[in-house]
Design a binder for this molecule. Structure first.
Ligand SMILES: Nc1ncnc2c1ncn2[C@@H]1O[C@H](COP(=O)(O)OP(=O)(O)OP(=O)(O)O)[C@@H](O)[C@H]1O
Ligand SMILES: [Mg+2]
Length: 269
């Protein structure tokens, strides 16, 4: 599979996601919260960008800005070259919890995406089959969520997010609730799926190893109101062996730097 390419500078017109000086302020009757203070960042086509940052620094908010679910009070977001002014349909969104419908099977939950988007049924079923294969869910097509492990539920959620072949995938701590071994396995699978589908990914996580294993670039944010503290370019081969990556000097070096940055920026509220 082709490696992610960054040919030439990323511009508004060719970036998968672009934030230009995005600031977000939430005003409720009780208080005003500056969640994000001015983030400028782009995700190139086929790129995988991971975002690390202390709790409450505005990571989820940034994903919502890209998805058109939250409006910045300053700056702008672009998705695939178009200004984001309303909820976006091109994206796939994976949440921390799988959020599956209990009364629907694996297949039924995946095909929900097709119903919402009124996709051609036959094409959607074919794609669902491919994704079931790709994510190792074969044999569990007719199982209900309560019959699946947490990791399998999250795979169903991933299939649902990928069904319409989104050029952009937004993922908000998708593996946060999984045990360490399942999480590793999901990391390896996501890495493979990303290579195979060629989608651009903006991925929020609290795990430093996860970020560096998966991403081409890792963004470390400051405490709220979140800004970018540093962006790390990850010069690891695209074909990544999990164990080798974990014991690599790149991870020790970059991960260590990210860890001390996060320690220095964590707030004590
Ligand atoms: N709809 C909202 N109304 C008011 N305040 C909000 C809203 N959404 C988020 N906030 C506030 O904005 C700040 C950033 O929230 P956000 O969920 O983006 O943080 P986060 O970095 O994703 O944190 P975590 O790592 O804990 O998930 C927080 O202080 C939060 O309370
Ligand atoms: Mg969050």
């Amino acid at each position: 599979m082709t490696a992610p390419v960054r040919s030439g500078p990323v511009t508004t017109s060719n970036a998968a996601v672009r934030f230009d000086d995005v600031a977000v302020r939430f005003v409720t009757r009780r208080k005003t919260t500056d969640a994000v203070a001015g983030v400028t960042l782009d995700v190139a086509p086929r790129e995988f960008v991971a975002v690390l940052g202390p709790s409450g620094c505005g990571k989820s908010t940034l994903l919502k800005v890209a998805a058109g679910l939250v409006r910045p009070f300053r700056g702008s977001a672009h998705l695939l070259g178009r200004a984001v002014t309303a909820p976006q349909r091109e994206i796939g969104f994976v949440f921390q919890r799988a959020a599956l419908l209990e009364w629907r099977s694996t297949r039924g939950n995946i095909l929900l995406q097709a119903e919402i988007r009124r996709m051609d049924r036959r094409a959607a079923e074919k794609r669902a089959d491919e994704l079931i294969e790709l994510t190792g869910l074969r044999g569990f097509e007719n199982a209900y969520p309560h019959e699946l492990s947490g990791g399998m539920q999250q795979r169903v959620s991933l299939c649902r997010a990928l069904l319409h072949r989104p050029p952009v995938l937004l993922m908000d701590e998708p593996f946060g609730a999984l045990d360490a071994l399942t999480r590793e396995q999901m990391n390896v699978e996501l890495h493979r799926i990303w290579q195979e589908t060629g989608t651009s990914v903006l991925f929020v996580t609290h795990s430093i190893p996860e970020a560096f294993y998966l991403a081409n670039r890792v963004v470390v944010m400051t405490a709220r109101p979140g800004t970018i503290a540093e962006i790390f370019q990850v010069d690891l081969p695209t074909e990544r062996n999990y164990a080798q990556t974990m014991s690599s000097s790149t991870l020790a070096d970059l991960g260590g730097r990210a860890r001390s940055l996060l320690g220095a920026t964590a707030h004590t509220e």
